[in-house]
Design a protein around this ligand. Structure first.
Ligand code: AHM
Ligand code: MG
Length: 342
């Protein structure tokens, strides 16, 4: 019997786990300290805890998970606050971050001074599209990571959070849907991992996601049509009408940005949430919704604009700033810009 040399398995019997993917990335960067990988592992752990709780959301009437009272008559956290607290408590003691920003919390979230103040800044929307929880439709967690700009070792500041999206070093989302998927990017390319609940791990299922140059789907809340300005109305009229050069685009709108953009990344097309008479600056938040998703879309070869500027170039002024959003396939975004550009 011949005994082969022992080395890396040529064909892995288990596939590539997210952890392996992160470690391989770290090894390719000689200067890497493991800090980033450590932070990412904590975010992944938080997302698994959130996924487990989300999967029980339909039992809320029985278990009491929605902010009312449970069967014992005790007040219980709403799911989006549960998700927020899960991320904060998973990450804060790890020594990797110095400050966090969350959709759920008005002010910057400091790292308690008994913990080391790390070199990264984490922003997140803990449970985006939470209006979908009650109907068992997809929702998600969105996050981005910046390097701090305040001095090392000190508590992080608001300025650390108000950095433009182009300075993000990694961003990702987890979509809790018919299966749970995590997609992340460190700037070039985006990779998707599907959660195997039996193993409790994310496995690489969608390596190097590339958004098609053009899609056949537009994704927008068309119920707002009469609140849009005429440029947006004309664009929507145009996109859904066939002509000699194109078929009519199909409308798909889940109402959770993560899920709508996940489809857009994989299938192409455009996702839009414009300004309207009720939301004069748009509805979606720049720092923890638009920026991380714009970073991912661009990393996958797409485009992301607020109608005038590249989203990643906007210099944030406030933590909960809103922005109009148009993102997806580059040719579809270019078409939109021809309508709103003047
Ligand atoms: P949320 O953060 O309160 O869940 O709101 C953000 C969500 C996005 O996921 C989604 O794209 C949008 O709001 C849907 O808004 P609308 O119901 O106005 O179409
Ligand atoms: Mg949100």
């Amino acid at each position: 019997m011949t005994v082969g040399s022992i080395g890396p398995a040529e064909v892995s019997p288990i596939g590539t786990t997210l952890e392996r993917h992160l470690l391989d990335r770290q090894r390719r960067m000689p200067e890497a300290t493991g800090d980033f990988t450590g932070l990412f592992q904590q975010i992944t752990l938080a997302s698994k805890i959130i996924a487990s709780r989300v999967s029980k959301a339909g039992l809320s009437g029985i278990l009491g998970l929605t902010g009312k009272t449970n069967v014992q008559g005790e007040a219980v956290q709403k799911l989006d606050m549960f998700a927020n607290n899960t991320i904060v408590s998973t990450v804060e003691a790890g020594g990797h971050v110095c400050v966090m920003g969350s959709e759920e919390i008005e002010q910057p979230i400091p790292v308690p001074i008994q913990y080391p103040q790390g070199k990264y800044v984490l922003q997140f929307d803990p449970l985006d599209g939470s209006g979908n929880i009650d109907i068992n439709a997809s929702i998600g967690t969105i996050f981005s990571i910046h390097r701090r700009i305040s001095p090392d070792g000190t508590p992080g500041t608001l300025e650390d959070l108000l950095q433009p999206g182009r300075d993000i070093i990694a961003a990702g989302y987890v979509v809790y849907g018919s299966s749970n998927m995590l997609v992340y990017s460190t700037g070039v390319g985006a990779d998707g991992f599907t959660y195997d609940p039996g193993v409790g791990e994310f496995f690489l299922s969608h390596p190097d996601i590339r958004i098609p140059d053009r899609g056949a789907i537009y994704s927008i809340n068309e119920g707002n049509y009469h609140n849009w300005d005429e440029h947006i109305q004309r664009w929507v009229d145009w996109i859904k009408t066939p002509n000699e050069n194109k078929k009519a685009y199909r409308l798909r709108y889940i109402g959770a940005m993560v899920a709508d953009l996940h489809r857009t990344l994989l299938r192409g097309g455009i996702f839009a949430y414009p300004q309207d008479v009720k939301n004069r600056k748009g509805k979606l938040r720049l720092l923890y919704e638009a920026n991380p998703m714009a970073f991912l879309v661009e990393a996958a070869g797409g485009a992301a604009s607020d109608g005038k500027n590249r989203i990643l170039d906007i210099k944030p002024k406030e933590l909960h700033q809103r922005t109009p959003v148009f993102m997806g396939s580059p040719s579809d975004v270019a078409d939109l810009l021809r309508f709103v550009g003047d």
